[in-house]
Ligand binder design. Structure first.
Ligand SMILES: Nc1nc2c(c(=O)[nH]1)N[C@H]1C(S)=C(S)[C@@H](COP(=O)(O)OP(=O)(O)OC[C@H]3O[C@@H](n4cnc5c(=O)[nH]c(N)nc54)[C@H](O)[C@@H]3O)O[C@H]1N2
Ligand SMILES: Nc1nc2c(c(=O)[nH]1)N[C@H]1C(S)=C(S)[C@@H](COP(=O)(O)OP(=O)(O)OC[C@H]3O[C@@H](n4cnc5c(=O)[nH]c(N)nc54)[C@H](O)[C@@H]3O)O[C@H]1N2
Ligand SMILES: [Mo]
Length: 762
């Protein structure tokens, strides 16, 4: 019997579809609270237009990049957030000490608006004060030159930076002498960058938008497109209307994957109707995907055997011609017991056999995935298993089929392509040396976790951030925040104030830059930058809005300014590059394969695609073949035992962009005006004697140190039993810094073992 639930402030079930009129209303509110209303419509219409700017919201590509405006609520929020008319002025900063600003929430900090002046921290008054650009560069240069070793400096990149800015940033760091490149992708799709090259020879997805026109089945695992890749909803909506099955694996019932009303669809809008998206929805347990994927593969093998000789369930010709390692893969599946698969995935053998049947029937299948796959301590192994499943039926390198990792930041993939990596290839370093004539560092550097650990240990002394919110995005603030404060120097290029900026080092500079939407004028005229989307399309973006302040510089100009002031006999003509970004692109072309005729090809609408050999069934692996892998057992972490242990998923609300909180609602999950909640299934509530709305304490089970989050309101939710969910970044206090996927270094943000009990203090 279902008990009647008590009323909990701010918690109301959301019964409608995702999208629809609610999305239009939310857009209108975002515009009203951030922008001058007369500017907004023109600005939004320029998003993803041929002569306009690339939407900073997500990395989903745009078919109509050169024609119609695609409506997108969360894209509109990203744009209005940057194009806001609010400003953080020198007067405001003089009146508010850094200590007092640190008391504010992340939501309040960014809510103050755009940064307007380059700032230096003044410890005597505990305030941020305006500084001349040249003085800032000079002092940063002096401090960097004074380091005992270049490896004491960490160069962090957040994936919104353009190809041009990121390329200059890596050039600066490498000429300076280090490969320390922590970047946001180390917290995000690193398992893709590590796992896919082992499987198919390249760390990128293989599908294009056209493949979605030809596919017969989409399996969507561990991502929430209604919020995070909203333009993908147009594609899924269209597939669902064509009756193409979409099978979802997600511990939470995400509304947009269930029902969606497309704001561009006149009939749905007029009739308040919607389209069912998922044909089947499997609530896999957090961390249970490997078990589920192995179950599907095992069922497929069993089905193939049952069909007898000559069956084409398994694509034997493809496997023989294009792959290695199938035998070991199949043997491991045969010896993995169904009972283990069922226990770990939370799904039944019958469920997984159904998926295998649908998969066997489809002539072309796409698997899409996001953070639900990667942010686990077996994230890389999970990615390889997805590739294995596709390879079993030859689903890579043919129309309508392939692997589709949903990238995070709008240019995170491009940053990687142009050299932001702590593990550069010898060929790339040789190219840099040949073209520029400096000696590049060969030793591999730090990723995000190692960079922070070196700061905690005190071996790294300086941090330069090309965007982002490094300390807040990483796990365990109790460990990381003091490490930020113990640095000799921190420098942040940013558009809005955030907590990482305020965790000031002995000396701190905050350098405000132009955003994507803004006009970037240099000596040779108006500049464009370029970005690479999730499907490896590289295209130009140029802003038109008047910059938020006359004192802003572009990201390339700031990087070049610091580099010139640091590297006294630099081989790089920094100021010539800033005057004309097309020269930066020429240098990218000379040092990185795939950018031939870079400037010429971005002049074409839609740009060009980076080379993706697996789409032609060419496998740049050491063996020249696509490789099957073996995932032994089914468990994510065999060491964590105990009936009362739950797996905590930390995730994004609908009103947030990573550490940027736009507003306090999570409309589709029925949470309004608050973020201090824990989603839990009724079975798990009952086991603990808890009720919907009770206050609880959460404690991490694996940490060496005590990690706790207290007085959180637990709410009854349709989530897989055994899994619980809370919002990022608040729940980062529960994520240990060293609880990572060992292969990729990515923190296990989606599978933290925790215990939940009645709150002790109330
Ligand atoms: N509006 C908006 N857009 C964004 C962002 C944003 O914050 N806001 N962030 C950008 C960035 S950097 C990224 S990386 C992407 C993130 O986009 P997503 O990959 O969608 O990221 P999350 O919101 O963290 O949620 C992942 C989903 O995985 C599910 N999940 C959690 N654990 C598991 C699991 O073990 N198995 C399975 N199968 N599913 C699981 C969760 O229930 C959730 O639905 O979006 C990008 N776009
Ligand atoms: N617990 C938990 N932690 C997570 C995750 C999770 O799912 N759970 N997800 C992880 C993921 S996938 C990612 S990608 C990271 C994100 O980590 P980051 O990329 O470091 O964080 P963001 O919140 O995207 O950075 C926001 C800041 O970027 C700056 N900014 C915005 N636009 C621009 C611009 O155009 N130029 C410059 N220079 N600065 C700009 C603003 O100052 C803003 O405050 O977080 C990770 N952390
Ligand atoms: Mo991300």
């Amino acid at each position: 019997m279902i008990k009647k639930k008590r009323a909990v402030p701010g918690i109301r079930p959301y019964d409608g579809p995702a999208g629809g009129w609610g999305a239009l209303k939310a857009t209108a509110i975002a515009v009203k609270t951030q922008m001058e209303t007369f500017e907004a419509p023109v600005t939004l219409m320029r998003t993803n237009q041929p002569d306009g700017f690339d939407c900073p919201g997500c990395a989903w590509p745009d078919k109509e990049h050169h024609s119609t405006f695609q409506f997108c609520e969360n894209g509109a929020k990203a744009v209005t957030w940057e194009a806001t008319s609010k400003r953080v002025t020198p007067e405001f900063l003089a009146a508010n000490t850094v200590t007092s600003l640190l008391e504010k929430t992340d939501f309040e900090l960014e809510g103050y608006g755009r940064l307007t002046h380059p700032l230096v921290y003044d410890s005597a008054s505990d305030t941020l004060r305006p500084v001349e650009w040249e003085d800032a560069f000079k002092r940063i240069g002096e401090l960097l030159r004074g380091m005992q070793s270049p490896d004491q400096v960490e160069f962090y990149t957040s994936g919104r930076a353009s190809n041009e800015a990121a390329y200059l940033f890596q050039l600066f760091a490498r000429e300076f002498g280090t490969n320390n490149f922590p970047d946001c992708s180390n917290m995000c799709h690193e398992p893709t960058s590590v796992g896919l090259p082992q499987s198919i020879g390249i760390g990128k997805g293989t599908v294009s938008l056209d493949d979605f026109d030809n596919t017969e089945l989409v399996i969507s695992i561990g991502h929430n497109p209604g919020t995070n890749h909203p333009r993908m909803m147009g594609t899924l909506h269209e597939l669902a209307r064509r009756q193409i099955p979409i099978i979802v694996f997600n511990p939470l019932r995400e509304r947009a994957l269930e029902r969606f009303a497309d704001p561009q669809n006149v009939i749905e809008m007029a009739t308040y109707s919607s389209t069912n998206i998922a044909s089947t929805y499997y609530q896999v347990k957090a961390g249970g995907d490997a078990a589920a994927l192995k179950g599907i593969a095992k069922a497929l093998l069993e089905y193939d055997a049952a069909q007898g000789a000559g069956s084409n369930v398994i694509d034997r010709d493809f496997i023989a011609e294009h792959t290695q390692g199938f035998e070991q893969f199949a043997t491991d599946l045969a010896t993995t017991p169904w009972k283990d698969i069922e226990a770990e995935s939370g799904l039944t053998q019958e469920d997984l056999e159904q998926v295998a049947l649908a998969y066997a029937k489809s002539k072309a299948t796409i698997i899409t995935y996001g953070m639900g796959i990667t942010q686990h301590n077996k994230g890389t192994a999970n990615v390889r298993l997805i590739a294995d499943l596709l390879l079993m039926r030859g689903n890579i390198g043919k129309p309508g089929a392939g692997i589709c990792p949903l990238r995070g930041h709008s240019n995170v993939q491009g940053n990687r392509t142009v050299g932001i990596t702590e593990k550069p290839s010898p060929e790339f370093l040789a190219n840099l040396e040949n073209v520029f004539g400096f000696v590049a560092p060969k030793e591999h550097g730090h990723d995000a976790v190692k960079g922070m650990q070196s700061m905690v240990e005190g071996t790294s002394k300086a941090l330069i951030c090309l965007g982002g919110n490094f300390a807040v995005a990483l796990p365990d603030p109790d460990l990381c925040f003091p490490a930020m404060k113990s640095l000799d120097l921190s420098v942040h290029l940013g558009t809005k104030l955030n907590r990482s900026h305020l965790l000031v080092a002995r000396e701190t500079y905050i350098l405000p830059c132009l955003g994507r939407t803004e006009l970037d004028m240099q000596d040779s005229g108006r500049q464009s930058i370029t970005v690479e989307d999730s499907m490896s399309m590289v295209h130009a973006s140029s802003g038109k809005l008047k910059p938020a302040s006359p004192f802003l510089l572009s990201e390339p100009a700031i990087v070049a300014g610091m580099a010139k002031a640091t590297l006294q006999d630099s081989k790089v003509p920094w100021m010539e590059l800033v005057a004309d970004y097309s020269i930066i692109r020429d240098l990218i072309e000379k040092t990185i394969p795939g950018f031939d005729k870079y400037n010429e090809r971005i002049a074409q609408p839609g740009g060009f695609r980076m080379p993706l050999p697996p789409t032609e069934r060419i496998w740049p692996t050491p063996t020249g073949k696509a490789m099957f892998s073996v995932f032994s057992g089914v468990e994510e972490d065999a060491e964590v035992q105990g009936d009362d242990v739950l797996r905590l998923i930390t995730l994004r609300s609908h009103d947030q962009y990573n550490t940027t909180i736009y507003a306090m609602d999570d409309r589709y999950r029925g949470v309004f005006g608050r973020r201090d909640v824990l989603f839990m299934h009724d079975i798990d509530l009952e086991k603990r004697g808890l009720e919907h709305g009770d206050l609880v304490d959460i404690e991490t089970v694996v940490a060496g140190r005590k990690l706790r989050l207290e007085n959180i309101t637990v709410i009854s939710y349709n989530i897989a039993p055994g899994s619980v969910g809370a919002y990022y970044p608040e729940a980062n206090v529960l994520v240990p810094l060293d609880y990572i996927d060992k292969e990729s270094g990515t923190p296990s943000y989606k599978s933290v073992p925790v215990r939940v009990t009645h709150a002790t203090a109330s």
